[in-house]
Ligand binder design. Structure first.
Ligand code: SF4
Length: 774
């Protein structure tokens, strides 16, 4: 509270709210039962009590901001901290071991859990034993836990017990924010019922936190009522929980200008003590179980470990995504947008005369010619970089895609520097311009400027570092060679050049190095990690075999009676899925299924093109069904929500609906898969890997295409049965499962072995019959 009081006098600087708006707000607050007479002095306390009681509407916060002026941000921060401390059920300092100081054993903990759940879960306990062993033996464990095992608590309970007993923090990393949220919000209370007072925290990427410095700099727009929609939401969200903004809950709104910037000075920032990001990172270091995501964890490792702090035990959930995350993390990209974004702080500074006057003082120069000279030099150097960067992209477009024939495609290049040979002039130009601008920024940085200029000098330093990285990236991408990397040009739908990209071909050694960097223990778990009962594929891809010691390997089957509850129909007679006519045949089957079954159905496509074609064909059915289409501008969360609410809904999903969505019971009873999800052979990374396997005398289909298709098929099929008593039908329209030699391998990987092969004309009838059975 002292921080608030010290600033009490500052509110008058910003004045009272305008009369009309103040009256409107007062009336709004009165009508919603909020005290409109809240004072700045009592602001944080009052607000904290309101927050602790339930959600506070953004309008209320805006009114408070108007009344409190510059003191608003400190009030908001303090209230957030107070509300967390005062909220019912808020955790007290956790110093005691459960059971009066005696460490709780794993078996005892699960006995408690099963009592709470009202059921015994043998698979969950088996998983927990494997995780516990890995944590205690400094080992790597690969654990596949089928749907319904209770995977989350299967690793959370042993992780919490281990952390409690050893005093070592355990990191739990997920691929999606959805799962991270679920662990933090839903599983933690259950975990606490077993391991009381365990300290769990969640840490997200910086873009998920409200930046107090930005909020303060937005105070003026708050006063004027010109608030961007995301700001009110972001404040609301930051107050509501651990300081992180939940964009999904806010319908995808986010205010980029108030989220923590990529370049922030952290502890050196004047607002550090009141910054949600700084606080979250401090709490993260004190946690016993810390929830993060793969991207954050890998970036932290790459940047030397300053964000998460030291650790030696990690549980990777959704581990089947690890390879993709590592590839992404090690990729080099140069997009059209990069340069503009990097130079934005410099452009803002060039608009601020005050900075250049202060710089002039630092240069011991009278405000005038010298200042103007430096400002002009900087402005010209920045403009030259932007110009030459744009020229490079234009030259590549004109040279490599003159008729704009490549649209929305990825064009791999394998000829070393040849692709860039004719653009060498533009390339040299941008590299030279970057150097010149860096020199100018260095000069600015070295001036003995007044302290007020520190933030600007810091920004100039960041810009300089980013420019150096960009130059290094351009050199690497334009060299375009090296057996270990794959390079490509990514073209926009209009034929313009979106991005230059370079990715590592294999990441096994890199990931093994990462594992060895913190060993400790690593548990890799997922519902789909093995193939034909073996972890060979994932071990090879992730380099687990390169790490010393034998990994612990456990496969825990799902407890669900799939064969009783799920019928798989393989539909024949629809022809080759790669033929153009396939789309209309798919539409006919999907339309009939929806019409006859009258149960919620989801179709999982392998391409947006096929999805859009079927959506177009189904247009006439819109008066009978709600047809929800991914890729039509609506977020996955929103589509999922509408699908759950609408009994007559048909969902056409592509990439992200193949996994991570949960539609139990009647929310999903019919799942249609038109095409086996093989990787796209022309994708640069897939193509390059395939060629490398051929060169090594291996069969790319056996070693790459089939294992990935099986993994994906299992993830997709796993969307249907989510609970013990769920019932439904999976309809697969790809007749290659019957006609090609690989068919049995894919069918054997499906959760249900109750499989029937039916001609297209009989598929709907077979499904109707299945649902009619008792
Ligand atoms: S530390 Fe960074 S994120 Fe926090 S208030 Fe300062 S600038 Fe914003």
């Amino acid at each position: 509270m002292s921080g608030v009081r010290r600033r009490a006098g500052t509110s008058t600087r910003h004045g009272a709210p305008s009369g009309r708006r103040a009256r409107a707000l007062s009336s709004f607050l009165d009508s919603h039962g909020y005290p409109s007479a809240i004072s700045e002095e009592a602001g944080a306390d009052s607000l904290a009590r309101l927050i602790a009681d339930g959600p506070v509407p953004p309008s209320y916060l805006l009114s408070l901001a108007e009344r409190c002026g510059a003191a608003f941000s400190p009030i908001l921060e303090e209230a957030s901290a107070l509300s967390r401390a005062e909220a019912p059920g808020a955790a007290a300092p956790r110093e005691h071991l459960p059971g009066g100081g005696r460490a709780l054993g794993l078996e005892e903990a699960f006995a408690r859990l099963f009592e709470t759940l009202g059921e015994e879960r043998a698979g969950q306990l088996e998983m927990a034993r494997a995780v516990d062993r890995a944590l205690r033996e400094d080992a790597v464990a690969l654990v596949e836990a089928g749907t319904g095992t209770g995977k989350s608590l299967g690793y959370l309970v042993p992780a919490a017990l281990f952390a409690r007993e050893s005093g070592e923090r355990v990191i739990v990393s997920t691929y999606t924010k959805n799962l991270q949220d679920q662990l933090y919000r839903k599983e933690t209370p259950l975990l606490e019922s077993v391991v009381p007072l365990v300290r769990t925290e969640r840490l997200l990427g910086r873009e998920n936190y409200l930046c107090t410095r930005s909020v303060v700099s937005h105070a003026a727009s708050l006063m004027e009522g010109g608030v961007e929609p995301g700001l009110a939401y972001a404040i609301d969200a930051a107050l509501g929980g651990d300081g992180a903004c939940d964009t999904a809950a806010a319908g995808g709104h986010r205010s980029p200008s108030v989220s923590a910037p990529a370049r922030c000075p952290m502890n050196a920032c004047a607002f550090a003590d009141r910054c949600p990001l700084v606080r979250a990172r401090r709490r993260a270091r004190e946690a016993e179980v810390l929830f993060v995501n793969h991207a954050l964890l890998l970036t932290d490792y790459r940047q030397g470990g300053g964000v998460i702090g030291p650790y030696s035990r990690v549980v990777f959930d959704e581990a089947h995504h690890l390879e993709r995350c590592v590839v992404e993390n090690l990729s080099v990209r140069a997009s059209r947008e990069d340069c503009r974004r990097m130079l934005e702080p410099l452009r803002a500074a060039l608009r601020n005369e005050e900075i250049w006057k202060l710089l002039a003082l630092g240069l011991r120069d009278a405000a005038g010619a010298g200042t103007k000279g430096l400002k002009e030099v900087t402005a010209n150097a920045a403009a030259a970089v932007e110009r030459s960067y744009a020229s490079l992209f234009r030259a590549l477009e004109d040279l490599l895609n003159p008729s704009r024939a490549f649209r929305g495609t990825k064009l791999r290049y394998t000829d070393g520097g040849e692709t860039f040979a004719d653009a060498r002039g533009e390339l040299n130009c941008i590299l030279s311009d970057i150097n010149k601008l860096k020199e100018t920024l260095k000069a600015i940085n070295e001036t003995s400027a007044p302290k007020d200029l520190d933030p600007f000098r810091q920004e100039a330093g960041y810009v300089s570092e980013e420019l150096a990285t960009l130059a290094e990236g351009l050199r690497f991408l334009s060299a375009g060679c090296g057996e270990e990397s794959v390079f490509w040009l990514d073209w926009n739908a209009d034929g313009s050049l979106r991005e230059l990209c370079g990715s590592p071909l294999e990441i096994d050694r890199s990931f093994a190095d990462y594992l060895e960097s913190f060993m400790g223990s690593a548990v890799l778990t997922s519902a789909t990690l093995s193939e034909e009962g073996s972890f060979a594929f994932v071990k090879e891809r992730l380099g687990v075999g390169l790490v010393p010691g034998r990994p612990i390997e456990t496969i825990i089957p799902s407890p669900f009676p799939y064969d009783e509850r799920c019928l798989v129909l393989i539909v024949t007679g629809l022809g080759d899925p790669n033929e153009d006519a396939f789309a209309s045949r798919v539409s006919a089957v999907v339309g009939s299924l929806a019409a006859e079954l009258r149960r919620r159905a989801m179709v999982l496509f392998t391409s947006y093109r096929l999805c859009r074609a079927v959506a177009r064909d189904l247009e006439p059915l819109r008066d009978r069904f709600t047809i929800l289409v991914q890729g039509s501008g609506e977020s996955r969360e929103s589509l999922s929500g509408r699908f759950r609410r609408d009994e007559a809904a048909l969902l056409l999903g592509v990439a992200s609906f193949w996994e991570g969505v949960d539609f139990p019971g009647e929310e999903l009873e019919c799942l249609v898969i038109p095409k086996v999800p093989f990787p796209v052979p022309s994708e640069p990374v897939v193509e390059a890997r395939s060629q490398r396997l051929s060169a090594l005398g291996e069969d790319p289909f056996e070693k790459l295409f089939l294992p990935e298709a099986i993994m994906r098929m299992r993830q997709g099929a796993g969307r249907l049965i989510r609970r013990m008593d769920d019932r439904g039908v999976i309809v697969i329209l790809d007749e290659r499962l019957e006609t090609r030699p690989y068919g049995p391998a894919i069918l054997a990987a499906l959760p249900s072995q109750r499989i029937a092969h039916v001609p297209a004309g009989e598929c709907v009838e077979a499904a109707v019959r299945w649902f009619a059975e008792p």
